[in-house]
Structure formats: C-alpha cells, structure tokens
Design a binder for this molecule. Sequence first.
Ligand SMILES: NC(=O)c1ccc[n+]([C@@H]2O[C@H](COP(=O)([O-])OP(=O)(O)OC[C@H]3O[C@@H](n4cnc5c(N)ncnc54)[C@H](OP(=O)(O)O)[C@@H]3O)[C@@H](O)[C@H]2O)c1
Length: 350
Amino acid sequence: MVRLMMSSSSGQNQVVRLLVLGGTSFVGRWVVTAAAERGWSVTTFNRGLRGWAHPLAERVTGDRQLPADLAQLGDLRLDAVVETWSGAPRAVRDSATLLAEHAGRYIYISSRSVYVFPAPSRLDETYPTVAASADADTEEYARDKRGGEIAVQAAFGDRAVLARAGLILGPYEDVGRLPWWLLRMERGGEVLAPGPADLPLQYIDARDLAGWLLDAVEGGVSGPVNLVSRRGHTTMRGLLEAAAAVTGSDVELVWVDPAAIAAAGIQPWSELPGWIPPGAANAALHSTNVERAYATGLNCRPISYTVADTWAWLVATGRVLPTPADGPSVGLDPAKEQAALAAWRVARAN
Ligand SMILES: NC(=O)c1ccc[n+]([C@@H]2O[C@H](COP(=O)([O-])OP(=O)(O)OC[C@H]3O[C@@H](n4cnc5c(N)ncnc54)[C@H](OP(=O)(O)O)[C@@H]3O)[C@@H](O)[C@H]2O)c1
C-alpha cells in the first residue's frame, strides 16, 4: 500500500513530491507554478513541444503514448500525480496502472461533460455519466473524459480524485474564449452582447482550479467533484462589462435576445464563447451544484481579476488569439455580427 509522505513520524512536514502529466500549456502550467510556489518537488512529463518549462521543475521528456517513453516514470516515488490528458482513455489507463504502486493520489482533471445530457439544473456528482471504457481509443470528448475517470478509479480506488471542471478561464487560456471577447472589446464600437444580461455564468479561473487540486493532495479528497464557481458568481453582464472596462475601448454593449441570435444563424458557445441561451444546455453548464467543491476548499476570485490578468497576458504576448490544436477557433465573424445587430435594430423598431 502506497502512503502519502507529507508528514514524517516526528510530525515534521516533508516536501510533497508531485508529478504533472503535461504541465506546460494552461491548467497544467498553473498547477506546476502553484506547486513550485508551495515549495513542492515537481516533475513534469511531456514531449517538450510548448516552449515553456518551469525553472524549478524536473523534466522528463517523452510521448506518453509510447510505452518506452512512459516507462521512464516507473522509478519515481510520488505523493501525487496530476493528470491533464483529454484524448484516448487508454493513455490514462497506462499511466495510472504504471504509477498505482508509486504514487499516493492520482488527480485527474476531468470535465462536467461526463454527465448524461440533458442534465438537470443543480446536478451534483451522483448524476449518471456517459457510457465509456478505460481501454478505448479517442472517440468523443465526454466519453474520452469518462473513460479516463474509469481508468484512474480502477488503478487508484479511493485515492483517485476526479476534478470535474467546467468552463476554465484565465491567463494562458489556449481555447481562446476570454481572449476573443477581450480582443473584440478592444476593437470597440457596438458589440453584440448575448442576452439576457443577467444570465448566470459558472466558470473557474485556472489558478483557483490549480489551488484546489493541490489542496486536494494535502486534504485527502476522494472521488468526483464538480469544479466551477457558484451560480451567481458572475453573469454575462459581469463578464462583458469587465472585459470592456479593462481594454479601455469605446464600446457599446448591445444586448440581443437569444431568439434573434438564433435567427441570425449564430452558434452559441463557439461563436459567442461561453454563452449558452437559457434552456437545458445552459442548465447543464451554468447551474451545477458545487457544494462539494466549496466544502473542500474551492475559492473563486472575482471575475474582474480573471479578466484583468488575462488581458495583461494577452497584451504582453502580442494580442494573439489562441487557436486550439484539436478544434476550431472560437469567435464571431465581424460581418456576421454587424448583420445580426442591424437585424436586431430593425426588429426592435417594428
Ligand atoms: N478548457 C476548458 O474550459 C476545460 C473545461 C473542462 C475540463 N478541461 C480539461 O482541462 C485539462 C486542461 O489541460 P491543459 O491542456 O491545460 O494541460 P497542460 O498540462 O497545461 O497542457 C497539456 C500538456 O500535455 C502535454 N502533452 C500533449 N500530448 C502529449 C503526449 N503525447 N505525451 C506527453 N505529453 C503530452 C503537452 O506538452 P507537449 O505538447 O510538449 O507534449 C502539455 O504539457 C484537459 O484535460 C481538459 O479536458 C478543460
């Protein structure tokens, strides 16, 4: 039986030994940074393609899908593993199986997408999940993430933590959702703001997620936990007004009804990042029960901090909209936005 090594028999704290599978893009990068700030001993395992590595982290380089590369991890002795994988579940199966006797806890960054859709409002962690297999090749995001969860629980049992994150925002965001809104605000003028303005938005700042994940290593959390801010933490208005304010541009937010957005052929979520019209999908994504997360220490900073820090990062890195490696870019074409606003003005005048 592997035991956590965070306190010695004399009661003195020992350095926590953490392995981050990944650790150089967005969430993993913040996990590595936060762990190093806590004085932990951090090892990362990735292919070294992202051009960033924490100066205090030990680096193991390799492709986790190649057995010989993965085998490099077999000699490590660890208190915890943080896993960021979102592809084929069998990759999680292989690493969790390899590390089961070498690590105390295995914390998998999963997703609220694992719940059967449509999910009801206020769903908690007991709600049914999609069918999946730990042995599968990559299939589809929800099944891949659920397959990863099954793999981790099979290898680690009650030493597994399934961190079911929702929309993740913050500096280094690699999907481009908040970056797109910020760059749109900077362009100024009339901005199509998807209504209703008081629509609650649940999300998590990657730094708050990282903090919770590390606390979970020390605090002994087990099993699935929904990880987003409480409903009401912010709204579409809160997000967009913060984004408009921080860029300092001359912006008019024009709040448009969901029906008019649909009539304009605009896709929720992808073309208007983060926004889902009121209804079943919105309930599933922006009305989750997060009591377990808060009871186990989740602390969500105000949206204004997330927006300001993301803007500072974007400015410092040349205002480039991130494009995800495994999916289409997000955001709305300017001509399509202006056409929708024109149609909205006509509809309101009649
Ligand atoms: N964005 C959201 O709103 C959202 C919401 C819910 C859940 N999530 C989950 O949050 C997690 C976010 O993780 P992240 O991407 O930010 O983590 P990350 O650890 O910062 O970045 C991904 C890492 O994986 C490494 N990697 C990729 N392919 C590899 C391979 N074949 N072998 C070894 N390493 C490899 C990359 O480095 P190299 O390329 O150099 O190998 C990189 O270090 C994902 O699991 C996602 O499903 C995201």
